[in-house]
Design a protein around this ligand. Structure first.
Ligand code: IPE
Ligand code: IPE
Ligand code: MG
Length: 240
């Protein structure tokens, strides 16, 4: 049964789940053990997300540049993603989580494509949290694709956002693993995102870390190019 008594949060959080390989190697384990632990970490974060006010969670699972990795690692990741989708569907149905995938599908193995179709179709009606997994995703390719759909006509930002997948702008972008870069993730959607970088490797990133990130965000002032509202006296001084 889906728990639809609660209303979804209004934050869009995006996560670059980085550091699986280093987490594993630091423990003398193969890189794949890190990816498996990373999948567990994602499961815990998805469970906590609605309690943190998150309505949309977009996570970077496999970039279009990750095809450059050794074929054994790529194959293992494809299999892990298919298993994750299949094994999480029931839990998502119970918790009101709608799963969808962003990125190219035509280069994925059939088994993963089938798992995606099933997960998306079965959770379509869930509305507490939208979980978007970016697989074979490149923000630059997504922007090129949307531009091609626009067909050279002059369009508004709102229309362009629809062509890009129609989701709201990212409020908080978290990257684990210590690197401070975007690696071709949600370049348009992050135009005014608050960036949070942490040295914690993704398999070690837990619900407490997510809560801390949300608290950090709550202390940031989002100005969107404007200036902060000033007390009336200061305002009058500048107008005189
Ligand atoms: C992120 O972890 C997962 C994927 C890119 C699939 P990495 O595999 O990049 O881990 P590090 O950065 O090598 O530690
Ligand atoms: C970004 O991590 C992609 C994912 C987390 C899926 P990478 O490890 O591939 O990024 P770079 O190579 O360090 O920029
Ligand atoms: Mg990495």
């Amino acid at each position: 049964m889906q728990s639809n008594r609660r209303s979804p949060g209004n934050l869009h959080v995006a996560i670059i789940m980085d550091g699986n390989g280093r987490w594993a190697m630091g423990r003398g384990l193969p890189r794949f053990a890190g990816h498996r632990a990373g999948a567990e970490s994602l499961r815990r974060i998805v469970e906590t997300a609605p309690d943190c006010g998150i309505g949309v969670l977009t996570v970077y699972a496999f970039s279009s540049d990750n095809w450059k990795r050794p074929p054994e690692e790529v194959d293992a990741l494809m299999e892990l993603l298919a298993c994750y989708l299949a094994s999480e569907t029931e839990r998502c149905l119970t918790n009101g989580v709608r799963m969808s995938i962003i990125g190219r599908r035509d280069r994925l193995p059939d088994s993963l494509r089938a798992a995606i179709d099933a997960a998306e179709c079965r959770t379509l009606h869930c509305n507490l949290l939208e979980l978007r997994l970016a697989i074979d995703y490149s923000a630059r390719d997504a922007i090129l694709g949307a531009s091609a759909c626009a067909g050279g006509e002059h369009i508004t930002r709102e229309r362009f956002e629809e062509l890009l997948g129609g989701t709201r702008p990212v409020d908080i972008l978290i990257r684990t693993g210590g690197e401070q870069r975007l690696s071709d993730f949600l370049l348009w959607e992050c135009a005014y995102a608050e960036l949070i970088f942490t040295n914690r490797m993704w398999p070690d990133f837990g619900p407490f870390d997510l809560q801390r990130a949300i608290e950090q965000y709550a202390h940031r002032e989002r100005r969107y190019g404007a200036i902060p509202p000033a007390p009336a006296a200061v305002h009058d001084h500048w107008l005189r």
